[in-house]
Design a protein. Structure first.
Length: 292
């Protein structure tokens, strides 16, 4: 247990400020010594440190840092309470570090994002927009192929790391996720795979440019229950649709989920498999499709 003087030294916040925050936000709840003095626990020290770190590194006001802290405690997405400006600042910072090929700094910005916001918010509101910006800059000749590859690889790598740490539910069907041969846009597939991992599914992520004929053996051997396919290029849609229709006929127990702009004009018999593009609609769609 620490006196207020010691706590103040440990966290670098004046004692008078600690008391003021206590009255206003009830951030800490020190016990009292027999003499009536405040005594702080390690958990109180950690809370104060976390708050100070957010205020210093992100230039937040105390009220904003407290809101973030409460969201974090409730383990809920920073959602409504995260001002979009916060995402924008971090996205701009991340974009700059990525196009400057600064591995360490880019990773630090991403670490900061994960410490501030719920991971799904980081994927949807920071990493995806930055990847879009990178792709557009590359298409317009503003950045080189090397810069685009570096940025895409780093973002995909950070998402993949996240896949490993989310807990698995062994009772849920195993998923294989892929983009068919010729399709290199993998960010939508990655986001949807993370969505399924977050639900507890074991996801075998094959990623871009995967020949469909090569996965039939894998589906059997690995006891796959769901195949998630992402397609951006509509020119590939005919051959992919053909494979899906034939495979479904031969394996009616298998669930196939199709997503991405490439499936937009798909035939009516395939359309029930096509997932809506907006991640906000995935939850509803997921419960209807998988537990019908
Ligand atoms: C980044 C990018 C790239 C990167 C991809 C990096 C990577 N590793 O993924 C690189 C530089 C490699 C690239 C290459 C090309 N690209 Co590009 N690219 C983009 C860009 C800028 C962003 C795409 C992206 O990542 N979006 C973010 C993801 C999250 O969004 P999304 O793919 O739309 O997915 C959402 C939904 O569709 C859904 N979803 C997607 N898949 C799935 C799967 C399932 C199962 C589910 C449920 C949901 C789902 O989930 C997401 C939710 O938000 C877009 C333009 C833009 N501003 O969107 C062009 C764009 C997609 N590219 C395009 C093109 C033409 C190309 C190239 C042919 C360019 C060229 N001249 O070589 C090559 C093709 C490469 C190939 N063979 O596939 C066109 C596609 C047009 C079309 N429909 O055919 C676009 C639209 C640009 C344009 N203005 O025309 N590109």
């Amino acid at each position: 247990m620490y006196s207020i003087r010691k706590a103040s030294q440990l966290v670098g916040i004046p004692a008078v400020t600690i008391r003021a925050w206590e009255n206003r936000y009830q951030l800490t709840a020190p016990v009292r010594s027999t003499g009536g003095h405040r005594l702080y626990r390690d958990a109180d020290i950690e809370t104060l440190r976390w708050i100070k770190q957010q205020m210093d590194s992100c230039n937040l006001k105390i009220s904003e840092a407290v809101t973030l802290y409460r969201d974090k405690q409730a383990n809920k997405p920073a959602g409504a309470s995260s001002p979009p400006g916060r995402f924008i600042n971090l996205s701009e910072q991340l974009y700059r570090e990525l196009v400057d090929l600064n591995t360490v700094q880019a990773n630090e910005v991403i670490d900061l994002c994960f410490s501030l916001f719920h991971h799904e918010e980081v994927f949807h509101h920071i990493l995806t927009p930055v990847l879009r910006q990178i792709g557009t800059a590359w298409e317009n000749g503003v950045i080189s192929v090397a810069q685009e590859h570096f940025a895409s690889q780093m973002i995909i790598q950070r998402c993949t790391q996240f896949m490993r740490i989310l807990p698995l539910n062994p009772h849920l069907p195993r998923v294989v996720a892929l983009c068919p041969e010729g399709e290199h846009h993998q960010m939508g597939l990655m986001l949807f795979s993370l969505f399924l991992r977050n639900k507890g599914h074991d996801v075998i992520y094959l990623g871009p440019d995967t020949p469909l004929k090569d996965i039939t053996g894998l589906i059997r051997v690995k006891n796959i229950g769901i195949v998630a396919i992402s397609l951006n290029n509509p020119l590939l849609a005919v051959s992919v649709e053909k494979w899906i229709s034939e495979y479904r006929l031969a394996n009616p127990e298998l669930t196939i989920i199709a997503g991405g702009d490439g499936f937009q004009g798909c035939s009516a018999n395939l359309s029930p498999l096509v997932c809506p593009p907006g991640p906000s609609e995935w939850d509803n769609w997921y419960s209807l499709l998988l537990y019908r």
